[in-house]
Design a protein around this ligand. Structure first.
Ligand code: BGC
Length: 751
């Protein structure tokens, strides 16, 4: 399936074919190093800076308009080494041809893009796919995204985003894995492995870029691009681990965060980039500045002028400048004045050229540009199937009173009962979420289409939109109420549109927008069973819904196959298994809220909860509405027999944790068995719980299974006040259960 006209593809494929080389083999590391030195020796200063500069293709822009010469001119003149946002093989071919044939040294370009949750086939947004806790399927989604993107000539991804996020007001929570460093690390690794595969030389793999280094997720008050002020202790314990995991998985690139650290914007922060990333973590790949971030050192007011901003960034070992042209404008003078050393520039260019050789571009510049593969791969049925499977697993069942779900499929199919499908997301194509650039948006399966595809006739599936996302529809509520009156049940599809999360999409109020709330209130008055289906890119405040509707299904933005996945869950063809990776606050005022919080000196307990001078709110609880790790199933899992094989361990030893899980409901289901620990005291305060392991199990009704975890000394380590990773002696608790709250517990001691 493809919406590229075949004749055009054939013509383009015929055009590209003579440019492709055959028999190109992978070079050895030694050979690459030598070739890079030879090439470097031929390059002028301007050509070197050209490799360090990236421009956005004419159709692509984020944020402030950047003044630059047209892409074609920059390419011909060898003034850029990579292009952002050239999205199809026609364009990548034309630009590569210009670079290779018309620039003096003919060095091929990297083509960069944000391939965050799919390229043409769109997968669930990362916050959604994180809820699957399924590393194989997340990795596979990235393999597919890379396969589709590279067919268009894209070689360098601006992802994965591995920022820990704890504040649901921040729109970019949708791009990451949520609030937990352990799970975030596993997901970072799975994504890097998926994008990069076993070898970057393979034409279907993509350079991964870990972003945003570092602590961008800690933006104050959840406002994008805002101040971050955290201790190094917090940085190392919470924000750094997913980057370390991504680096260990071999990520070839890292992108800086927009925020500052200790007052210095990270694009020019030597401590963060040189000392921490390069020296301590051993990163020798390509460091790319985020969009305009070099220039923003100046705008932040942390450089006297733009020239100083360019110097600060190069001094911090920033290899590639995204879209602004301060390197081009200022590095030559800085070299002439002796303020920077040419060796700094050579080091950056080396890092870039090494990868141009490694991925085979230098020997075969057109190898990734394969129009015939675009036709074959883009939106391929197998890719859609993978998207559907991950979409089902990303759905989280938040509430299901009186087991109202699954809907009675038989009754609906036979027309014995009717459902009123209502709301702005009932029949909406806006199910892909942001950070996707698919040409196939119109082929997104809506919820209504998903239900229709199950064979439910229109007579049993009444429909009314009722409201827009942020604006009322004249007469919409009346129409919706009238429709709902004729039905036995209501499926109410509410949420946020895709531009309400993502970059530059922070919200002060993370509740369902007012016009939709009014619609819900009117429908609730009818007293009919209501299933709320949510489409959104962040945790929302759902307290009112928890009280007034019967079932709540969190579907996020599920991607190309959204409607099919939701219909599978609503009708019971798939038993939901997703578990939240970000806490849902009960009230906005609790934000930021996360399960792995630190103890206070005045914690609330069952005994002291009515006292005054304790760490609580006057007007509501401390607990979230739905905690980390929470998610229901159509069956029920009972946990028992939690046992440790010993009560005391010494350094270097491990402890085995066993529990029994039984499916005590009526249908088969998948459970994510979670294991947390708590270090009861340390030389610094310790989180009240930390995820340290999980298992996915599938049980038939009545079936039991044993699950086993091993805790090693390494699992007990954390970063202490001297910034060393240590496991300190003392008592630990182990918790095993179905969420971060609903757990069994035991204790042991490390001596
Ligand atoms: C974002 C990056 C992204 C870049 C463009 C920036 O505004 O912060 O995450 O990669 O735009 O590709």
């Amino acid at each position: 399936m493809s919406n590229i006209h075949h004749q055009d593809t054939d013509t383009l494929a015929a055009l590209v074919a003579p440019y492709r080389k055959t028999g190109v083999t992978k070079r050895s590391e030694e050979n690459i190093r030598q070739s890079v030195e030879e090439l470097l020796a031929k390059m002028t200063l301007e050509e070197k800076i050209g490799q360090m500069s990236q421009c956005a293709d004419s159709e692509f822009s984020f944020g402030a308009d950047i003044e630059a010469a047209p892409t074609d001119v920059l390419v011909r003149e060898g003034r850029v080494g990579s292009i952002l946002g050239a999205f199809n093989s026609r364009r990548t071919f034309d630009l590569q041809k210009m670079a290779v044939e018309q620039s003096r040294l003919g060095i091929p370009l990297f083509f960069n893009a944000d391939v965050i949750h799919g390229y043409q086939t769109i997968f669930p947004i990362p916050l959604a796919w994180a809820s699957s806790w399924n590393m194989e399927q997340i990795r596979e989604a990235c393999v597919i995204a890379a396969r589709e993107a590279t067919a268009s000539g894209i070689t360098y991804n601006h992802g994965p985003m591995v920022d820990i996020s704890r504040d649901a007001r921040w729109g970019r929570v949708m791009e990451g894995a949520g609030e937990d460093p352990y799970l975030g690390s596993l997901i970072a690794k799975a994504q890097v492995e998926g994008f990069q595969g076993d070898s970057l030389f393979n034409e279907e793999t993509l350079i991964a870029c870990l972003k945003h280094f570092v602590a961008y997720g800690a933006s104050e008050a959840g406002r994008d691009y805002n101040t971050v002020d955290i201790s190094e202790w917090m940085l190392r314990n919470i924000y750094l681990p997913p980057f370390q995991a991504g680096l260990e998985a071999g990520s070839a690139s890292v992108m800086n965060a927009f925020n500052f650290y200790n007052g210095i914007p990270i694009a020019g922060n030597k401590f963060i980039l040189n000392d921490l990333l390069r020296k301590e973590l051993g990163f020798d790949g390509m460091l790319i500045s985020d969009y305009g971030a070099v220039d923003e050192i100046y705008i932040h007011g942390a450089a006297r002028d733009r020239k100083e901003a360019a110097k600060l960034s190069l001094d911090a070992s920033m290899d590639i400048e995204m879209v602004t042209q301060l390197y081009e404008q200022h590095l030559p003078a800085l070299v002439a004045e002796g303020k920077i050393d040419i060796e700094q520039i050579d080091a950056a260019v080396r890092r870039i050229l090494i990868y141009k050789y490694e991925i085979g571009l230098m020997d075969d510049p057109f190898r990734y540009i394969r129009p015939e593969k675009e036709v074959e791969y883009h939106f391929h049925p197998e890719h859609l199937q993978a998207s559907l499977e991950l979409a089902r697993r990303s759905i989280v069942l938040l509430k299901n009173d009186r087991r109202i779900l699954p809907l009675p499929q038989e009754g609906l199919l036979q027309g014995d009962m009717t459902v009123a499908l209502i709301g702005p997301f009932a029949d909406s194509k806006d199910m892909l979420g942001t950070w996707q650039f698919s040409r196939y948006k119109e082929e997104t399966v809506t919820l209504r289409e998903g239900l229709q595809a199950k064979g439910i006739a229109d007579a049993a599936l009444l429909y009314a939109q009722g409201s827009g996302v942020n604006e009322a529809i004249p007469g919409g509520i009346e129409q919706a109420v009238k429709t709902a009156r004729e039905a036995d049940m209501i499926v109410l599809a509410l949420g946020e549109h895709s531009e309400m999360s993502g970059e530059a999409a922070s919200r002060m109020d993370i509740s369902i927008p007012a016009p939709q709330q009014r619609l819900a209130e009117e429908l609730v008055k009818l007293g009919k069973p209501i299933v709320l289906v949510l489409t959104n890119g962040r945790p929302l405040v759902l307290d009112w819904y928890q009280e007034h509707v019967d079932a709540i299904v969190e579907t996020w933005f599920l991607g190309s196959q959204a409607g099919h996945a939701i219909a599978d869950v609503l009708l019971g063809d798939y038993n939901p298994s997703g578990k939240l990776t970000m806490s849902f606050p009960k009230h906005l005022g609790q934000t930021p809220i996360y399960y792995n919080r630190f103890n206070t000196g005045r914690p609330v307990t069952a005994e002291n909860k009515d006292e005054k001078y304790i760490s609580k709110y006057l007007d509501g609880p401390n607990e979230p509405l739905y905690p980390f790790g929470y998610g229901l199933s159509y069956t029920h899992f009972t946990y028992s027999a939690l046992k440790l094989d010993r009560d005391i361990i010494k350094r270097g030893e491990s402890i085995t944790v066993r529990a029994t899980v039984t499916n005590t409901g009526n249908v088969a289901g998948e459970e994510t068995v979670q294991m947390y620990i708590q270090d009861l005291y340390g030389s610094t305060v310790r989180p009240v719980k930390e995820l340290k392991g999980f298992h996915k199990i599938h049980l038939q009704p009545g079936q039991s299974t044993g699950v086993e975890f091993t805790i090693t000394e390494q699992d007990l380590q954390y970063c202490n006040a001297s910034l060393e990773w240590v496991a300190e002696p003392g008592e630990f608790k182990v918790y095993v259960g179905t969420s971060s709250v609903d757990v069994l517990e035991r204790s042991f001691e490390l001596i």
